[in-house]
Write a protein that binds this ligand. Structure first.
Ligand SMILES: *[C@@H]1O[C@H](CO)[C@@H](O)[C@H](O)[C@H]1NC(C)=O
Length: 238
């Protein structure tokens, strides 16, 4: 009986671990009459079998865990679907805004009178030509005439500042198409001092409207170190 079990176990072991050598091994085991040896072999095989069944059990448990993980992953994927489509929507919207922004006109300029001294007192109202152009995106400001021409209908912001001595008056006007819109200036004082003035305003301009600065008759203005500057930019086309 013991021998039968031993042989069976041996066969089992051989089939699992070395099927090709099975026949050879059985033959050599049968020829051995040593009981102790057989008992040792049985012990060895039993422990191998135990390891094997333990492994099988572990494998079963791992498989279950894997299946559970797969289910959770599937559930997660399903729950992500609305998020993913919202993300795709947002991306499309960003692209649309980028495209619109690309076509949006960009207009901005800043220029100083660019002299080192006085202009005036002038004997007639005179359009000021700001020669020192800092930047002129869209080229709506013309450096040779001092005139800004609106390239599109829209809301624009303009500012102008000056610095001058008060020996004579300074009256500086922002004009739109021959009409005064805003001013800055000072009266002359008995004891000449230095004065600063400026103004800023937002205008709704039609395409082609012209904006420029005019120095009033009998007044003067000074620049040095870019202290007398005229600026404007498009806030939004309408
Ligand atoms: C005035 O503007 C010019 C040109 O942008 C620049 O080179 C110069 O340094 C400016 N002067 C001062 C005092 O900022």
């Amino acid at each position: 009986m013991r021998v039968t079990i031993a042989v069976l176990l041996l066969l089992y072991k051989c089939l699992i671990f070395a099927p090709n050598a099975a026949t050879e091994l059985v033959a050599s085991e049968l020829s051995t009459k040593d009981d102790n040896l057989l008992e040792n072999k049985i012990k060895e095989l039993t422990s191998a079998l135990k390891i094997f069944t333990d492994l099988l059990q572990e494998l079963g448990a791992t498989k279950k865990k894997l299946q559970a993980t797969e289910m959770r992953l599937n559930a997660l994927e399903t729950s992500q679907q609305p998020l993913m489509s919202r993300l795709a929507n947002s991306e499309a919207q960003i692209d649309k805004i980028k495209m619109e922004n690309k076509d949006r006109p960009k207009v901005a300029f800043s220029a100083a009178l660019g002299i080192n001294g006085f202009i005036g007192p002038v004997n007639a109202d005179s359009t000021l030509v700001y020669k020192n152009v800092f930047m002129n995106v869209g080229n709506a400001y013309q450096q040779t005439t001092g005139i800004f021409t609106a390239p599109v209908r829209g809301v624009y912001y303009f500012s102008f500042f000056y610095h001058c001595s008060t020996k004579y008056e300074t009256w500086l006007y922002l004009y739109r198409n021959g009409k005064k819109e805003a001013e800055a200036g000072q009266h002359n004082t008995q004891h000449a001092m230095a004065a600063n003035g400026g103004n800023g305003l937002t205008l709704l301009l039609e395409k082609g409207d012209q904006v420029y600065m005019v120095l009033q008759k009998d007044s003067w203005i000074w620049d040095g170190d870019n202290v007398t500057v005229f600026s404007g930019f498009l806030i939004d086309a309408m």
